[in-house]
Structures are given as structure tokens and as C-alpha cells.
Design a protein around this ligand. Structure first.
Ligand code: FUC
Length: 691
């Protein structure tokens, strides 16, 4: 079992923007190690040396438990595993239905090579080490058996030959813990408590509990989040349901109907976010936290020109608000080194901060400056409040953060001779020249200012500053419609209708932004549709061809392009095209274990599609709650969702038939007025008061 811990990183504070991903400089996220469990055939039991049968491996997304069962001879073998958030250990259990069947040994291996010191003792295998950047790390595996015995271990010169043997057991349980001394605090040099004593304490506590206590605590913690939101829009044929996931994926990619697989993809994104982004930890990086390499693609870092943001698109709307806290904490922790780097690059008097495209956990800023990245981060800071209505968070955390980023833009915006304000020297990610007034930049700053104003109004503070920001927002050079009806990506009308670049940056205002919508700005929304078709290879020379999964070609097939476009089509009210994007992701950019691939594996596709699918069912970005804004035809006959969230602190349940809402429930802490768009009509209702 290859394992990870989020904070095992090489590299240092990296002020100069280099993107060297070795031991120093920017560094990279690293592989922690492997736990090996090696079984010997129980030769003394003749019934158990025959071939295995009924082999079944599964993962329960609601409990976060892995299961494996098989028969061998007359014995039933079971394996279960989970990573417990409440007890901070990974637990692996192996059982046999008959006594004495399990014999073998375990090994523990560090992926950091000879740097790690291995120790084998009667109570378990341990390794400790120090990275060249002085980050300390440690891992320990301990074992508990039922029946049989554990044999005195031997320590070899390296991990592979340090073993702990077990003999003639009926069940073995292995507890694994791994940590570093990383602390998310620039002033503390990013280093905190030694990892091994913490590990010893956690493992001791875990071993004091019974397996069933650990399992119950894990299920309670995990399912409290996982079961909160459910979606249902059709039944898959039993014969298809009985197939393994890879076969179902194959059939679906070929055009088959499998609503259960679509629902699974939605819940898988939630499962992955719950599993890699919890309060107190780091946010999901490019691979969430699952990385088996010391040289992962793009350092498996935090990319802020789409990827890290997309990782959180499903957090608030699908009831995983707590899972977004690591992102907010990361933004807070990185702000100080980013201020220093920003002043170095933009002048000592610069207020506020921004970041380069790649970020590490040590204040590292790599590759090109992504100047509006902090404005994009501000959207997440804002939305965590907009969905939860947590006033303390708003006042103490969100408002000061967002105001500081407004300061940066107050100083940086440039006034053109026509009196309009433009973001100077921008870059539409990662496309076209550097120039003033790139549309994505304009839209991001518009969004920042709107978010600031909403928060300042809710707090009823800083009246003069509100006036100033509102005035600047009004004067931002606006979105433009170009010669072929497209939403322009740049100030100059130079978009190519045959350009299928993967980024849909100039559509930020549609999603995840809220400046453009079919109801409030219909002309711009229409232009956005043309731009989106064009990016998918369905304009210019292909204007009259059918829009299909297969017609979305080339650079448009990436882990994260499908979810973004799915959410865009949802916001633009086209459920069928949104549905095509789900199919495209599964067909072209998902492995058999349903990890999304760029290539290689990149988790944004998984976490993003969850958020995009929620947008198809419920929207709330324009000040109204919109039920079923973009159902594809295949979802229309009948369905429901439970526990999706809307801005304003609302939870929403909804049932439909033939594409029409038949029943709904909208509730919040206190009953309040809600503008509701339902079955094509806008109404005003009162929400239900319910905790
Ligand atoms: C951005 C994207 C790439 C890739 C990388 C990790 O730079 O443009 O497609 O996802 O991040």
C-alpha cells in the first residue's frame, strides 16, 4: 500500500519564481512510502492452497471503507481498510473465516531512500528522516493479531529487509500513521512539533480501542459528511449495475445509459474531497493528496489559474463547507510570504498581495505571475460566507482578507484615456499576448469588488470605501461582443472561431463568476454560448456540425476542461450540452478507478464535475434560487436531490417529474424571504426555519 501525507514536500521559501522541483527551490510534493503485507500460502491447510474465487473489491463512498473478499479452499478471506480522521490513523484489517490461516510479514518502506532510518521493534516498524530542506518526517506501522503470534522483528540495512512476522493468525490489524513537522506558519519557519512523538501517541490511543470502536468512529465522521447530499435521476439496468466499474465506464463511453454511474461520479468527487481536505490540514493539491512519485507532474503543487479553485467548486454547494476550510487556511498562511514576494516584484509600496501560478506549502511562488490570482482566491473566501452566513467568519476572517486584496487593485488598476479602468499587463491563462484589459482579469476584478461590496454591506462598515470600490467597479472596461457574436477574450476583437484552447478564461463571468447570466445580461450570455461552442470545436468551420461528445476535440479534452464547460453550460441553461460534458470526461479523461486524467492524474476533474453537476440541479448566484436550471433530457423523467446548498445559508431538497418540480423544501436557520425560480416562473416565498 503506497501512502501519502499532505505535507511531505521538498523545497524552501522561494522568492524568485524559479520552478525547480528538486530538493531545493520551489520543490515538490513527495511520495511518503509503502506498507507491504506479504502472505505465505497456509500450506499446512490443504484446503487453502487452491485458487481464489469470488474475488470482489469495492469502495463504499458513504462510509469511506474499502472491502475485499474472496474464497480460497473452504475459507472466506476478508480485508477492510480506512483512513480515520477522528483517530488520525490508517487501519488495515485482514481476517479469515477459519483459524490459523494468516501467516506472513509486513514491511515499511520510505520513498525518500537512504535518508530514512528504519527501526524494527516488537511493537512495530518505524522510519524517521530529515529532508534536505530540514523537514522531519516519520511513519510507523503496528500490528495486532487474533490467534497466532507476532515474531521478534529483524532490522535490516534498509526498509525492504526490516520485517515483522506474524504466524498462524485468524486476523491481523495494522495501524499506520505518518507525519512531518510541517506547521502552516511562515513566522515559525514552517516547522512545528517533531512528528514521531505525535505518531506514538496517536497509535497508542488507536490500539487501546477495539477495531469496532475505531470503525464506528470513522463511519460516523465520514458518513456525516458523505450522506448529507444525495442526487437521483434514474435507475441503471440491473445487468449493467452488476458489471465492474471499468466495464460500465466502457459501455457508458460508447453511449450507453447509466444514470447510477453519473451519480457515482458526483459522489466520488465528494468522497475524494472529504478524504483529502479536512479542517486542520492542507488543501487538495493537483492530485488531491494521492501521489506515488517524487517527481510528480507540475510538482503536484497548488496551481491557481484554474486547478486549486476547481478543486473546491463542489465544496459549498454539495454540503462540504467544512472541507473548504483548508483552502481558506492555506490562503491565510501563504499571504505573508506572498506579500513579501509581491512587494519585491511590484515595488516596496505595494499594498495587498498576489501570487505566481504555482504555489508550494512553504511560501514558494513558481512560474509566471498570475496577477489576478488573489482576486480569484477572494471569491472562495467570500463564498464560504455566502453559503454559510457565518457572521464571525465574515467579520474576523473573510472581510479583512478581501479588503486587503481590493487595496492591491485600487493601486494597480490603470485609467485609460477614455476614463475606463483596465487591469494592466495581463494574460488570459495560458493564451495570447500580455496586454491591458484582458477580459478574464476585468471579470475577476469585477467579481472581487462585488464580493467586497456584498460583505461590507452585510457588516454595514467602511461606507467611504464602499463608495470608492463601487465607483471603480462601475468604471471597469466592460465585457464586449465581437464580430462573430462571441464574447471577446481580449479588448481587441481578435478571437479565432476555430481556436480550441483548453482554457475558457473569458467565460469566468458566467462560471464561477456571476457577472453574466441569461436572466440579467441575456446578450452577453448569448455571446458566451457562441464562445463556448467555438472553444469546443463547434463554430467557425464546424458551425453547422452536430455538437457531440466526440466533436469536442484536441486541447478541449483535459481533466478540468469538461467540468468547467459542464458548469458553463449549466449556467447558460443548456442541460443536454452539460450532460455531454459529463460523458466526455468519462470517455476521454478518466481512468478505470475514475481518477480524472489531464493526463496524467489530476484531481480537478473529479472535484470539479461534482460542483458542475450541482449547478445543473440548483443555482443561486444571481440572488434567486433556481431549481433545475439545466436538466439533460435523460434526467428529466423523474428524480430528486436532497441537501444541496444555496447562497444565503439555505439547504434545498427537490423532487421532479417530466422535468418539472413537483415538490421542494427550502430551509435555513431562520425563515426568510426567498426569490425562487421554479418551472420557468419567478416567485417570492418564505423559507422554512430548521436547523
Ligand atoms: C494549468 C493548465 C494545465 C494544467 C496545469 C496543471 O497550467 O493550463 O492544463 O492543468 O495547470
Amino acid at each position: 500500500m503506497q501512502f501519502n501525507e499532505q505535507s511531505l514536500w521538498s523545497g524552501d521559501n522561494n522568492w524568485d519564481g524559479d520552478y525547480k522541483t528538486g530538493d531545493h527551490g520551489f520543490g515538490s510534493y513527495r511520495n511518503f512510502g509503502e506498507l507491504g503485507v506479504h502472505f505465505e500460502p497456509p500450506v499446512q491447510h490443504s484446503d487453502a492452497v487452491s485458487a481464489a474465487s469470488d474475488y470482489k473489491r469495492s469502495l463504499d463512498l458513504l462510509t469511506g471503507i474499502y472491502h475485499l473478499t474472496f474464497h480460497q479452499g473452504g475459507t472466506l478471506y476478508k480485508r477492510e481498510a480506512f483512513a480515520s480522521h477522528p483517530d488520525q490513523v490508517m487501519v488495515f484489517r485482514y481476517t479469515a473465516s477459519k483459524k490459523g490461516r494468516l501467516s506472513g510479514h509486513i514491511t515499511l518502506w520510505s520513498a525518500q531512500g537512504a535518508r530514512a532510518k528504519i527501526n524494527a521493534a516488537a511493537d512495530g516498524l518505524t522510519f524517521t528522516g530529515i529532508m534536505p530542506n530540514q523537514l522531519k518526517y516519520a511513519a510507523k506501522a503496528v500490528i495486532k493479531t487474533v490467534g497466532g503470534q507476532v515474531i521478534k522483528p529483524t532490522t535490516g540495512s534498509n526498509g525492504a529487509d526490516s520485517v515483522l512476522r506474524f504466524k498462524d493468525c485468524q486476523s491481523i490489524t495494522i495501524y499506520l500513521d505518518a507525519r512531518t513537522n510541517y506547521k502552516p506558519d511562515y513566522t515559525a519557519g514552517w516547522r512545528g512539533a517533531d512528528p514521531l512523538p505525535v505518531i506514538e501517541k496517536e497509535l497508542h490511543a488507536a490500539r487501546e480501542k477495539t477495531y469496532s470502536q475505531l470503525r464506528t468512529a470513522h463511519i460516523k465522521d465520514f458518513s456525516a459528511l458523505a450522506a448529507d447530499a444525495r442526487i437521483q435521476f434514474g435507475q441503471t439496468a440491473p445487468a449493467v449495475l452488476a458489471l465492474p466499474t471499468d466495464k460500465r465506464k466502457e459501455k457508458y463511453a460508447a453511449g450507453g445509459q447509466d444514470p447510477d454511474l453519473e451519480q457515482l461520479v458526483f459522489q466520488y468527487g465528494r468522497y475524494l474531497l472529504i478524504s483529502c481536505s479536512r479542517p486542520g490540514g492542507l488543501p487538495a493539491n493537483l492530485q488531491g493528496l494521492w501521489n506515488n512519485s517524487n517527481t510528480p507532474a507540475w510538482a503536484s503543487d497548488y496551481h491557481n489559474n484554474i486547478n486549486i479553485q476547481m478543486n473546491y467548486w463542489g465544496a459549498e454547494s454539495t454540503g462540504l463547507s467544512a472541507c473548504q476550510i483548508p483552502l481558506i487556511d492555506f490562503i491565510l498562511a501563504q499571504a505573508e510570504p506572498c506579500r513579501i514576494a509581491t512587494r519585491k516584484a511590484f515595488g516596496v509600496k505595494t499594498r495587498g498581495w498576489t501570487a505566481r501560478t504555482s504555489q508550494s506549502i512553504f511560501g514558494g511562488n513558481g512560474w509566471e505571475w498570475n496577477i489576478p490570482s488573489s482576486a480569484w482566491y477572494a471569491q472562495h473566501v467570500y463564498e464560504h460566507w455566502a453559503f454559510t452566513m457565518d457572521k464571525t467568519y465574515l467579520k474576523d476572517t473573510a472581510y479583512p482578507m478581501v479588503k486587503e486584496i481590493c487595496n492591491f487593485w485600487e493601486d494597480r488598476l490603470k485609467e485609460r484615456p477614455d476614463g475606463l479602468l483596465v487591469v494592466p499587463n495581463g494574460w488570459s491563462p495560458e493564451h495570447g499576448p500580455r496586454e491591458d484589459g484582458v477580459m478574464m482579469d476585468q471579470q475577476l476584478v469585477w467579481d472581487l469588488f462585488q464580493n467586497y461590496l456584498d460583505m461590507a454591506r452585510a457588516l454595514n462598515i467602511d461606507k467611504d470605501y464602499q463608495i470608492k470600490i463601487a465607483d471603480m467597479q462601475r468604471r471597469l472596461a466592460p465585457n464586449k461582443i465581437g464580430s462573430w457574436g462571441q464574447l471577446q477574450e481580449w479588448q481587441e476583437d481578435k478571437d479565432d472561431p476555430n481556436d480550441q484552447h483548453r482554457h475558457t478564461s473569458h467565460l469566468f463571468a458566467v462560471y464561477p463568476g456571476r457577472q453574466i447570466s441569461p436572466t440579467k445580461t441575456p446578450k452577453l450570455a448569448k455571446a458566451a454560448i457562441i464562445s463556448l461552442r467555438s472553444r469546443s470545436g463547434n463554430y467557425g468551420k464546424n458551425k453547422n456540425t452536430k455538437f457531440t461528445v466526440e466533436s469536442t476535440i484536441g486541447d478541449s479534452r483535459r481533466s478540468w476542461t469538461w467540468p468547467w464547460r459542464c458548469a458553463l453550460w449549466a449556467r447558460l441553461g443548456d442541460g443536454n450540452k452539460a450532460g455531454i460534458m459529463i460523458r466526455g470526461l468519462l470517455k476521454y479523461n478518466m481512468f478505470d478507478n475514475l481518477f480524472a486524467t489531464h493526463p496524467p492524474f489530476q484531481i480537478d476533474g473529479n472535484l470539479g464535475i461534482t460542483g458542475a453537476m450541482a449547478e445543473m440541479l440548483l443555482q443561486s448566484q444571481t440572488g434567486e434560487i433556481n431549481l433545475l436550471p439545466a436538466l439533460p433530457d435523460s434526467w428529466k423523467p423523474a428524480g430528486y436531490f436532497i441537501g444541496l446548498k444555496a447562497r444565503g445559508g439555505f439547504t434545498v431538497d427537490c423532487t421532479w417529474k417530466n422535468g418539472k418540480v413537483t415538490h421542494y423544501k427550502i430551509y435555513a436557520k431562520n425563515s426568510q424571504k426567498v426569490k425562487l425560480r421554479i418551472n420557468g416562473k419567478l416567485q417570492e416565498i418564505m423559507s422554512i426555519a430548521q436547523k
